[in-house]
Design a protein around this ligand. Sequence first.
Ligand code: ZN
Length: 78
Amino acid sequence: MEHICQHCRALLSSGIRSPYHLSISQLSNSELIKCDLCEAYLLREQGNTELLQAPSFTPSARDCTPSRVESSSLGHRH
Ligand SMILES: [Zn+2]
């Protein structure tokens, strides 16, 4: 199984979207979604959701990387 969070699992299995799922781009009948929690990329298409890219977990690099994407400010990160 891929290293995706429970929210992505829920989205993939039952289409339940969480606030962590950010819409990156929207086309006519498909949507590119990035998970803000586990950083997976998902493609939503006509009601179906598939995993485009699983996140690669590097916990140590994650914590000490200052150039973390801050532009996608959801406001819930402190
Ligand atoms: Zn996720």
